[in-house]
Design a protein around this ligand. Structure first.
Ligand code: 26Q
Length: 745
């Protein structure tokens, strides 16, 4: 690596602006990366994903190359502070958990030396940039390439044609090296050719409320899936001739949710059309090649495509899908299954294809992303499939890469761990649970680390949001996509109640606390946008109240993204993970907070359950209805009866309509009020059980506040969470995929 450092020390930095320097240094580092890109193995795993939420590459890649500290030093000698590059934000080619998980997985596979290759889309614009204007979310295009894109290499010579009925698009690969013990590649395709074609890779999640929008989404899915499959099939033919029975021996493909499921149809299409493989044989090959991960149980996220829509732009694929349906039906007829069971498994009904059912039928392994989630899939959503193919179902609890989410974002805590147990924990797969035996010795050091990370976070918030938070404030944070099931709304109501309790003197001895929110709402998700406005109005009320703001503050950060998350998880004391039980498949933010020593205040949902199993219930704060309880009460649940009994809840909820808070005349607060008390055409009142869990939530938040006053005891709980977080390293998750699904080493 001395090549890079040598060139860096000779780099002229005088009079160069930040962008120029950023590009020059990145290009030097990139030369090292490219040299090290590994050749493919005989057997490789492929990760097909609509999203890869990589975040900033600059610091991470220098760290992975092992030159971050030296680079910092050399630049400092030249009078350049390495932190200046933080103003260059980069690729947000994803919108949340599923995309960030894909990025963590790529990182872990490289660190473990496993041949895993990612395939996705190089969107011209990533997830929108968010500003909060007058309390409302406003969206602006995320033109991430305006600073250049030094971390990818265009491979024009490997471009492929992707044919649609109306035009042909060119899929031009851009390779992003993923650095670790092994250097792997993430291949992102950009759509080129005619103006129509270019639209395919223009936006992540184009609005799909029109037919045109839906078609564009379908084109995106086919575009990258077909490009990836075309490449793998060509490669196989080149290396092994026309012997496609051996395709699954060399290729295993992970479908990241249903978005790339058309890859199955494309494989069958290519093998039958170009290599004279029969449809049943091609399906056999597909079944041995594909695996499917489900990331959500929400019915609205289960993808279905109308045959008519598919036929319009992909007639051959529509024909293949129908052939697969007949084959599946014939196959099911030969079993002893009842007609009802068969009907439940067939992936086509009334002119509509179900992508999840196709994936289930054509995959070797199907997995959920946390223990509870996998159980729910087996018991409810995919119950019939589970009864027929129990052997296909596996659990793979998510994880996060400790390199970005501990070593890079929290060098102070990492140094503390080094001091306590040595540095071997930093290696891939290695664990840091030896820290458990030392927590009592480290209370004071940990308190100092938290204080420093909080100071850094507050300085950043001041710079970005223009609000100053006093240093001693305890930090509660809820950062994640905005969705009703995640219940940011419930946190907002809880804060209003706590505000009232402080103001009325009912709660005394309250430790000064900051409630920090970060969230983007889908642009068309009206109610979620109403919740953002509600939180911002609460912030205005509380922060402006001289009587209370010494004790309570609320901040909604703008444009929450990976880089913001790196700072927030390090500076937070209490991680809020309060989804309605049964609805958060796993969560991965919860793991990042745990790794950085926040206690979890959460429901028994997703991976929260496993977090408290590992770190102890006594070191976390669990409240609220369980999955079973919700199932028991849901039919008889009456939120209005509850409101009549609980004056505190009533007051908080009525602030939506009694003039306490203003929605700027949009009516969005009345809509929120109605959602809780009357329901809407598509749902019962309070269908996420916000009011049901609110009282225990408020009590838990207050209990945490009290207990945090016992500084050392609280620090021990936090540090015990750090010590217990090894299980949630994506290195563990990826080893599990590698051993039990992919069979690669
Ligand atoms: C579906 C149909 C049409 C258009 C878009 C979609 C769509 C897009 C994105 C459906 C789902 C997603 C993203 C889902 C997601 O991010 N799920 C999260 O995945 C994480 C990683 O497994 C989990 O930790 C989270 O619990 C889960 O919410």
């Amino acid at each position: 690596m001395s090549d890079f450092l040598q060139e860096l020390s000779h780099l002229e930095t005088k009079d160069k602006d930040v962008v120029t320097l950023y590009n020059e240094i990145s290009e030097l580092a990139m030369r090292e990366c490219v040299k090290r890109i590994a050749a493919k193995e005989q057997r490789n795993a492929y990760y097909l994903s609509m999203e890869f939420l990589i975040g900033r590459s600059f610091y991470n890649n220098l760290m992975e190359l092992g030159v971050l500290e030296e680079t910092k030093r050399i630049l400092a000698e030249k009078g350049v502070d390495i932190n200046v590059f933080e103003e260059i934000e980069d690729a947000a080619l994803g919108n949340g958990g599923l995309g960030r998980l894909a990025a963590c997985f790529m990182d872990s596979a490289a660190a473990l030396g496993l041949p895993l290759y990612g395939y996705g889309i190089r969107f011209r614009y990533g997830l929108f940039r968010q500003r909060i204007e007058d309390g409302f979310q406003k969206e602006y295009p995320d033109n991430w390439q305006r600073f250049g894109d030094p971390w990818s290499i265009r491979r024009e010579e490997e471009a492929r044609e992707i044919k649609f009925a109306d035009y042909t698009a060119l899929a031009v690969p851009y390779d992003v090296p993923i650095i670790g013990k092994r250097v792997n590649c993430l291949r992102l395709y950009q759509a080129e050719g005619c103006a129509e074609a270019e639209k395919i890779s223009e936006y992540l999640y184009p609005a799909d409320d029109t037919e045109e929008g839906k078609l564009l989404r379908l084109r995106q899915e086919y575009f990258f899936s077909a490009a990836a499959i075309g490449e793998l099939v060509d490669r196989h033919a080149k290396l092994y001739g026309n012997h496609f029975e051996s395709f699954p021996k060399y290729n295993t493909i992970q479908l990241n949710d249903t978005h790339p499921v058309l890859a199955i149809a494309e494989l069958v299409r290519l093998l039958t059309a170009n290599y004279r493989v029969s449809v049943p044989k091609a399906v056999e090959i597909a079944k041995q090649t594909f695996n499917y991960t489900n990331h959500t149980v929400l019915p609205e996220a289960l993808e279905c495509w109308r045959e008519e829509l598919v036929r319009k732009i992909l007639p051959d694929i529509a024909d293949i899908l129908l052939k697969l349906v007949s084959l599946q039906k014939r196959e099911l007829k030969r079993t002893a299954l009842s007609p009802a069971q068969c009907a439940d498994l067939v992936f086509y009904d009334k002119g509509v294809f179900s992508m999840a059912k196709l994936a289930i039928w054509c995959s070797s392994a199907i997995n959920g992303v946390a223990a509870l989630h996998t159980e729910i899939l087996k018991k409810t959503l995919f119950a019939t499939a589970y009864s027929v193919y129990p052997e296909k179902f596996q659990n793979k609890t998510n994880g996060v890469t400790k390199r970005r989410w501990l070593m890079l974002n929290n060098p102070e805590l990492s140094a503390l761990i080094d001091g306590a147990i040595g540095t071997t924990w930093r290696e891939a797969r290695a664990d840091h649970s030896a820290l458990k035996g030392k927590v009592t010795l480290l209370e004071d050091d940990f308190i100092a680390v938290k204080r420093e990370k909080r100071r850094q976070l507050f300085a950043y918030i001041e710079e970005r949001e223009g609000v100053k938070i006093p240093e001693h404030f305890l930090v509660y944070a809820q950062v994640k996509r905005l969705h009703e099931y995640k219940r940011q709304f419930m946190t907002a109501l809880a804060i209003l109640e706590i505000y009232d309790l402080i103001k009325s003197g009912a709660v005394t001895d309250f430790r000064p606390s900051l409630f920090l929110f970060g969230a983007k709402s889908a642009p068309s998700y009206v109610r979620a946008k109403g919740i953002i406005k509600f939180i911002n109005e609460i912030a205005k009320l509380i922060n402006g109240d001289e009587q209370v703001n010494k004790l309570l503050r609320v901040v909604f950060v703008q444009n929450y993204d990976v880089s913001y998350a790196e700072k927030i998880v390090a500076g937070t004391d209490v991680s809020l993970q309060v989804s309605t039980a049964g609805l958060e498949a796993s969560g991965t933010g919860n793991m990042k907070f745990m790794m950085n020593g926040a206690v979890t205040c959460g429901t028994l949902d997703g991976a929260n359950i496993e977090i408290v199993e590992h770190a102890g219930k006594e070191n976390n704060y669990i409240f609220g209805a369980t999955v079973d309880e919700i199932a028991r009460i849901s039919d008889s649940y009456d939120p209005n009866a509850l409101l009549a009994e609980k004056p505190l809840h009533k007051k908080a909820v009525e602030s939506l309509i009694d003039g306490t808070l203003s929605d700027g005349g949009t009516g969005c607060f009345a809509e929120l009020y109605n959602a809780l008390t009357q329901g809407a055409s598509w749902h019962e009142p309070d269908n996420y059980f916000v009011l049901y869990d609110l009282e225990s939530y408020v009590n838990t938040l207050l209990a945490i506040n009290r207990e945090s006053g016992e500084q050392k005891t609280f620090a021990r709980k936090q540090l015990y969470n750090v010590a217990s977080s090894s299980f949630f390293s994506s290195d563990r998750t990826i080893m599990d995929y590698a051993e039990n699904i992919w069979h690669i080493s």
